[in-house]
Design a protein around this ligand. Structure first.
Ligand code: GAP
Length: 489
């Protein structure tokens, strides 16, 4: 097993070769930080999305899902604070004209120091950066970059501008544009899905007769004009979020924040990924809407990085929308407050948010699953690339492989395919040697292969091969569906 070496370049190449991810509009040299999911990738992504959606909505009585539009009234973003506050401190290199997000530039430097064995320096620089970011101390951050002689990756120089704030939202025009080219119809591509939930809070609460505490979940596209987009699909300009806003009584936010921190980590671990690959990271600099926040970080091939955020968003968003829309965002709570003996009455709920990037979760799942294995002996070299995907997420669950194209074997294989395809995704393949077909299925992450051979005609048994162990056993055809269904449910 070679997962200790840097698997990242191999993983990226694998994603393209096997139809998981392609650079967007590749024939035109691509578009930076935008990617397309191929025939295998879209299936895996859908399975991750469904797995999250089912966990949130089907398995929680008090959480429902919505699907709000990407375009929203522009005042939404004024109210939410994104127009004024959704900025990142940026710095330009005067020689290469390349613009960097300051925290990414410094983190990149720290990663290099770590790789070179200078752990103390890396930690010191990151600690210093966190403290300076928390104070919005741009002079201090510039000094940190200068003192450490942090270079531009393109020009190799330290010739930096001052640090300035840039807004990350994309905008476009709605409706017709005047002949002068001028418009006051500016709309934004949402930078988070959360606001579609907040503006619908009362619609859902009233139409669904929801009682606090309750949650609203949503999956959808979000857009951010990330200046430095790095690490494949880790930081994209167009990506998908899976977010849930949990509406609670004011004063209960600490306990619900802890609850959702634990609950979300549990969801990750239930996929069979070991706990030591995860850690929490408390935010030092809180977003403009939060009174507590942390990230769930995963150890990607390039280090521990955020995959999900848990945010205690107070009543900030609903209060802001109430103020800007002049519509009441209150909830009437008729439960009895034991301290007063009266109903809790009217209030604007507090909110705990869980927010995970679908693409980032995709990268996590692939990083964990991808293995380059050396199976050879000194006189007989052999190797394979296998994706040890959790069976419930795998794009194909069962490969059905007749040993030869004749003697009635394809007919039996087709019957098996017809019996199983309504329950889970099957794949039929009769080309190439059986060994080659197994290897291809390993590379796609298919957990089970069944081979139909001449013995099948005599006793209605097939050989089932398990992807991870490569073990094979003989089983009756009638058992195939049960074995696969048990693993994926
Ligand atoms: N509604 C809160 C919110 O959007 P965030 O921490 O900015 O919070 C939540 O984003 C999650 O969305 C992140 O943990 C990450 O998984 C994902 N995400 C954010 N920016 C991303 C980007 N540029 N590319 C891919 N995923 C991103």
């Amino acid at each position: 097993m070679t997962n200790t070496k840097n698997i990242f370049p191999g993983l990226i190449a694998h994603c393209k070769e096997y139809g998981f991810i392609f650079p967007s509009s590749e024939i035109y040299e691509g578009l930076q930080a935008v990617y397309d999911y191929g025939q295998m990738g879209s299936e895996l992504k859908k399975n991750i999305r469904d797995h999250w959606w089912k966990n949130m909505t089907q398995l929680h009585d008090n959480i429902v899902g919505i699907d709000a539009a990407i375009f929203m009234h522009p005042t939404t973003w004024k109210a939410s604070g994104h127009i004024d506050n959704f900025n990142d401190p940026m710095i330009d290199n005067k020689d290469s004209k390349k613009r960097y997000r300051v925290d990414h530039l410094i983190e990149g430097f720290a990663d290099e120091q770590l790789a070179a064995g200078h752990e103390e320096l890396a930690k010191e620089v990151l600690k210093c950066m966190d403290a300076l970011l928390a104070k919005d101390d741009f002079t201090g951050l510039k000094k940190l970059i200068d003192d450490n002689k942090i270079k531009c990756a393109i020009s190799g120089t330290c010739n930096w501008t001052d640090i300035r704030q840039f807004n990350l939202m994309f905008s476009t025009e709605f409706g017709s544009i005047a002949a002068t080219g001028e418009t006051d119809n500016k709309v934004y591509l949402r930078p988070e899905t959360a606001q579609g939930i907040f503006v619908n809070f009362l619609n859902v609460q009233k139409s669904g007769r929801m009682k606090i505490p309750f949650g609203i979940a949503q999956v959808g596209k979000a857009f951010r004009n990330e200046i430095v987009a790095r690490q494949f699909i880790f930081r994209m300009r167009e990506f998908e979020q899976m977010e849930m806003q949990f509406f609670i009584r004011p004063g209960t936010q600490k306990e619900w924040y802890e609850y959702w921190k634990a609950e979300r980590l549990k969801w990750h671990l239930e996929l069979g990924i070991p706990g030591n690959k995860y850690r929490y990271h408390d935010h030092v600099k809180l977003a403009h809407y939060a009174d507590a926040a942390c990230d769930i970080e995963y150890e990607f091939p390039f280090g521990f990085k955020e995959v999900e955020g848990i945010h205690s968003r107070t009543d900030f968003d609903l209060t802001q929308h109430q103020e800007y829309s002049k519509k009441k965002m209150q909830y009437f709570d008729n439960d009895i407050d034991v301290s007063t003996g009266k109903p809790f009455g009217n209030y604007i709920p507090y909110v705990i948010e869980t927010s995970i990037g679908l693409d980032r979760m995709f990268l996590l799942v692939m990083s964990h699953a991808y293995e380059e294995q050396d199976l050879g002996t000194p006189d007989k070299p052999d190797s394979r690339v296998v994706l040890k995907l959790p069976a419930k997420l795998a794009p194909i669950k069962l490969a059905i492989l007749p040993l030869t194209k004749k003697d009635g074997l394809p007919e039996i294989a087709t019957k098996i395919m017809d019996a199983c395809r309504a329950d889970f995704r099957c794949f039929y393949e009769e080309k190439d040697s059986i060994g080659k077909r197994y290897r291809r299925m390993d590379a796609l992450g298919t957990p089970f292969c069944v081979t139909i051979d001449h013995q099948t005609k005599e006793d209605d048994t097939v050989t089932i091969r398990y992807r991870d162990t490569m073990l094979q056993e003989r089983i009756p055809i009638t058992k195939i569906r049960d074995i696969v269904t048990k693993e994926i449910s």
